[in-house]
Design a protein. Sequence first.
Length: 305
Amino acid sequence: MQLNVDDSVIRAMGMGKVYKDYQARVNSIDFHRSEDLLITASDDDSIRLFNTSTGERGDVLFSKKYGVANICFTHYASCAIYATRKAINNDYSLRYHDFRRNEYIRYFKGHSAPINALCMSPKTDMFMSASQDKSVRLWDLRTNICQGHLVTPGNPVASFDQQGLVFGVATEAGLLKLYDVRSYDKGPFDTFVVQEEVNSTSAFADIKFSNDGKYLLVSVEGKVYILDAFNGTVVRRILNGAPEGATPMEAVISADNKYVLQGCEDRNIRAWSIATGAEVATWPGHAGTPNCLRWSSRQLKFFSS
């Protein structure tokens, strides 16, 4: 039986488990789409797996030479892709890692600056990387040859929609572009502009599609915008209280497409209703600022770090 999530359910959620064995900041997290698994990457070069049903921690692996960042599961529960954190000669290669054998299956070379975003297609073996070298690259897990290369006017972030048919690229000056996966080389089929950010020098720090495909979430320092994914209208503008120049925190849309969650400068996590814009819940408990946040598509759970 599916639970109807409303404001009272959100407010009733609380901290269920705390993991304190990291030696440095957790820089990225991801839930598996079809298994009850969570993966994290840390600045201590560790990769940690967790069972989200039992809360038990599984394997702990390390990428000491290259570091690890922007981690995300592939469609296989024992494999992930992630970005280089310790570049050698400006080589920010991506790595495809098999955890069972603890070996790299493939390297993907091409980026010359740190990776802002790494996203796996929900339907195919395609994945996408957005880099501070002002480019977005499309890849296929089955070959190390780059499948597509988009040059962007600024520092990009990128993400697939939940059907794997469209991807969005956001840069600075409030600019968002939507591409058809099958014909991205022909250019964007739609372009949205967040007017309030047109004269801003701050680049978007995140872009995500809601599960139902109706909304686009983009975040910039101190603000989260929820856009209508079909016409680009700003449906909701949320202020998280961060001062100008603050590091943008990761934001997520809940699996039922009703709420926005984000970490805040005061070390709390807050939830807002997309329908009303009202703050619904606040969760304290972080020792530091919660930079990473993900909501499970399979369970009524989210993970923060």
